[in-house]
Design a protein around this ligand. Structure first.
Ligand code: ATP
Ligand code: MG
Ligand code: MG
Length: 406
C-alpha cells in the first residue's frame, strides 16, 4: 500500500543511496488548488516530494504532485491518515480542521504553520480580536448577534457598513455591504443569516490596498517581500502591481505592520498580510492568510525566491531565500471566468494567446476542469523596466480582448 511506501515519511530510496537533494522530507499539503499546484512546481526544481490531500480527483495540483490522496482535508480521520505519510504537514487553504491539527501536533506531527495559527486565522472575528490584542492597527469591528445589535453597531460605525462571515470566506464571498440601516437585513440575509456567525467592520476609506508576503523559517528568521499594490474588482483580487507605487515611508510602515502581525502568529511558512492605505497615510490590517497568496504570484517571475519555493524552504527547515525583486517591476493579472462553460474557456484561451505575444509575459493556467463566472482560472505575469511600461502592455492584452468581443 502507499502507506508502506512512506515508512518514515521521507523519500523512498535504495539501501545504498544517501541524501542527495536539499531535503528528503515529504511535504504534505492540505488542499490541491492552484496554490498547491504552484507549490508542486517549485518543489520539482529541488526534487522535494509533495503529497496533496484534496477531494477532487482532477484538482489543479493532482497531475504535478508526487502523490494525490483523494479525500477531504476537513475530515479528521482522513487528515490523520494523510499525516502518517508526511514529514511535515502544511496547507494551501486555512479552512481545514484546526482541532485535528492540534491533536496531531500533540502526537508529535510537525505542522507548519502551527495549528494555533489556523485556529486564529480561520475565524475572521477571532483573527481581529487577536491582532487588536497585539496592537496591530485595523478597522474597528464588532460582533453582531441580531438585527437590533447590528443597528446599534451601524449607528456607532456609520454607513456604508461591512458585514462579514466569520468563517469560510474567500474571494469576497463572505462579505456584504449595507449602505444604510435599511439595507442591514438584506446584507445579513445575503450571508445566510446571523446563525452563520457574522461580525461587522467599520468601512475602511482606503485609497489603495497593499499586501506584504512575510516568510518565517523553522529557525524563526523572518523575511519580508516587497510591498505590492492589489486591485480588487467585485471583492476579488484582479491586478497586483509590484513594487507598490507609494512613498518609501508608506512601504516601510506597511512592512512594519505586516512583520508585527506575522510575528504574533506561530509557525513556519509564508503569510500574506492584506492592508488598507488610507488618505492620511494610515496602514490598517485587513486580514492575514497563513499560506502562499494571490498577491505573491508575481514572485515566480520577479523575485530571486518565489513565495512557493520560500514556503517549501520554510516548512522543510531549509534556509530562507532572497525575497527581493530581480526585475524593476511586475504586474499580475488574474484570469477570471467571464462566462460559464465553453465560451468562458474560449475567451480565456484568446486572452492567453495574446499574452504570449507580449515580451516579458508569462502565462499560468491552472487546468481546472470546470469554468465558472468569476472563478480564478489562471493568471498572467508581466515583468519589465517600469510599471508604466507594463501597464501599457497589459492594456494591449485586455483591450485587444475587448475588440475581439465585438
Ligand atoms: P480573500 O479572497 O482575500 O480571502 P475575503 O473573502 O477574505 O477575500 P476580505 O479580504 O475580507 O474578503 O475582503 C475582500 C475585499 O473587500 C477587500 O480586499 C477590500 O477590497 C474590501 N473590504 C474588505 N473589508 C473592508 C472594509 N472594512 N472597508 C472597505 N472595504 C473592505
Ligand atoms: Mg480571506
Ligand atoms: Mg482578503
Amino acid at each position: 500500500s502507499s502507506q508502506q511506501q512512506y515508512p518514515n515519511a521521507v523519500s523512498p530510496r535504495n539501501e545504498e543511496s544517501c541524501v542527495h537533494g536539499p531535503s528528503e522530507i515529504i511535504v504534505g499539503v492540505l488542499g490541491g488548488g492552484q496554490l498547491g499546484r504552484m507549490l508542486c512546481q517549485a518543489a520539482s526544481e529541488m526534487a522535494i516530494k509533495i503529497i496533496v490531500l484534496d477531494p477532487q480527483e482532477n484538482c489543479p495540483a493532482s497531475s504535478l504532485a508526487y502523490h494525490h490522496m483523494v479525500g477531504s482535508f476537513d475530515d479528521s480521520t482522513t487528515v490523520q491518515e494523510f499525516a502518517k505519510r508526511c514529514g511535515v504537514l502544511t496547507f494551501e487553504i486555512e479552512h481545514v480542521d484546526a482541532a485535528t491539527l492540534e491533536k496531531l501536533e500533540k502526537q508529535g506531527v510537525e505542522c507548519q504553520p502551527k495549528a494555533s495559527t489556523v485556529r486564529i486565522i480561520q475565524d475572521k472575528y477571532q483573527q481581529k480580536v487577536h491582532f487588536s490584542q497585539h496592537d496591530i492597527p485595523l478597522p474597528e469591528f464588532s460582533r453582531i448577534e441580531d438585527l437590533e445589535g447590528a443597528k446599534k453597531v451601524g449607528e456607532h460605525f456609520g454607513y456604508p457598513l461591512m458585514i462579514k462571515s466569520r468563517r469560510l470566506a474567500y474571494d469576497g464571498r463572505g462579505n456584504a455591504v449595507a449602505k444604510s440601516e435599511e439595507e442591514l437585513s438584506s446584507a445579513v440575509d445575503a450571508l445566510g443569516g446571523f446563525d452563520r456567525g457574522l461580525y461587522a467592520e467599520k468601512w475602511a476609506p482606503f485609497i489603495k490596498e497593499l499586501a506584504v508576503i512575510v516568510a518565517r523559517g523553522r529557525d524563526n528568521t523572518i523575511s519580508c517581500y516587497p510591498v505590492v499594490e492589489t486591485i480588487h474588482r467585485d471583492n476579488i483580487c484582479h491586478i497586483v502591481k509590484a513594487p507598490a507605487n507609494v512613498k518609501w515611508k508608506i512601504r516601510e510602515r506597511a512592512t512594519e505592520v505586516a512583520f508585527n502581525a506575522v510575528n504574533s502568529l506561530e509557525g513556519a511558512g509564508v503569510f500574506a498580510v492584506e492592508l488598507f492605505l488610507t488618505e492620511d497615510g494610515q496602514v490598517l490590517l485587513n486580514e492575514v492568510a497563513p499560506r502562499p497568496h494571490n498577491s505573491g504570484h508575481h514572485t515566480i517571475e520577479s523575485c530571486y525566491t518565489s513565495q512557493y519555493e520560500q514556503h517549501l524552504r520554510a516548512v522543510a527547515g531549509l534556509p530562507l531565500g532572497d525575497p527581493s525583486m530581480k526585475t524593476p517591476a511586475a504586474i499580475m493579472y488574474n484570469i477570471l471566468g467571464e462566462e460559464e462553460g465553453e465560451l468562458g474557456f474560449q475567451l480565456a484561451h484568446q486572452l492567453m494567446k495574446r499574452a504570449l505575444t507580449v515580451p516579458g509575459a508569462s502565462v499560468h493556467w491552472y487546468d481546472k476542469p470546470e469554468m465558472r463566472k468569476q472563478r480564478k482560472m489562471g493568471h498572467i505575469t508581466i515583468v519589465g523596466p517600469s510599471l508604466r511600461n507594463l501597464e501599457r502592455n497589459l492594456a494591449t492584452i485586455i483591450e485587444e480582448k475587448a475588440s475581439d468581443d465585438k
